[in-house]
Design a protein around this ligand. Structure first.
Ligand code: AMP
Length: 221
């Protein structure tokens, strides 16, 4: 199974992709995580990407597409995957379609996580991320048991440099301009499923799983 998660920053794509990939045994491909890894390792790609990321802008398509092509060559992708944060532009979606053709693969679902701006800003400005395992917490909605420490692995929690109100607003504007047209792109392909993401993590996950199960049941009939 191959799934794309769309939605504005803060809609919960990362958290949901982690849970859903665990539930369905799929590889989780998060371009934001891959880019942040490159930034922390100071690779050539990371050095180029950093200035865009700090400003809340998209990293140029050619760099991200190349990074995805390399990720697709890894063995775990064969079992199926969830794309989290890719595609973010129509050009990336077209490049993905071409790449899928090369492998004779197709996308089964595109879930659009829909969320209000008010909820997004509240979520992102209080978000805490584990440096070690990438788990997400929130200063008030979901505080860790021990301040600054991940409940799951004991890693250190930090606030992403792009999770400040000014950069969040920029990222939302970029989303509206560059990424929102993808909703139409995948609706036309008959792949899009709307998910109301203002709800609890559990409810959002259940909504996606029920779409997947329904499809599997229909196949079995
Ligand atoms: P995310 O972790 O998905 O919120 O992504 C963090 C930042 O990484 C974004 O604000 C962009 O600067 C960059 N980024 C992640 N994925 C992409 C992509 N598919 N295309 C361009 N830039 C991306």
């Amino acid at each position: 199974m191959r799934i794309i998660l769309l939605g504005p920053p803060g809609a919960g794509k990362g958290t949901q992709a982690k849970q859903l990939s665990f539930e369905l045994d799929l590889a989780h491909i998060a371009t934001g995580d891959l880019l942040r890894f490159n930034v922390s390792e100071k690779t050539v790609l990371g050095l180029k990407a950093q200035e865009y990321m700090n400003k809340g802008l998209l990293v140029p398509d050619d760099l991200v597409i190349q990074m995805l092509k390399e990720r697709f060559m890894q063995a775990d992708v064969k079992k199926g995957f969830i794309l989290d944060g890719f595609p973010r532009t129509i050009q990336q979606a077209i490049a993905l379609d071409d790449l899928l053709k090369n492998y004779n693969w197709r996308i089964d679902f595109v879930f659009n996580l829909d969320c209000s701006e008010k909820v997004i800003i509240q979520r992102l400005s209080g978000r805490l991320v584990c440096k070690n395992c990438g788990a997400n917490f929130h200063i008030s909605n979901m505080p860790p048991k021990r301040k600054g420490i991940c409940d799951l692995c004991g890693g250190q929690l930090y606030q992403r440099t792009d999770d400040n109100e000014e950069t969040i607003r920029k990222r939302l504007a970029v989303y509206q301009q560059e990424s929102a047209p993808l909703i139409d792109y995948y609706t036309k392909q008959g792949l899009l499923r709307q998910i109301q993401a203002d709800r609890s993590q559990k409810e959002v996950l259940e909504a996606m799983v029920s779409f997947v199960k329904c499809k599997n049941d229909c196949r079995a009939l």
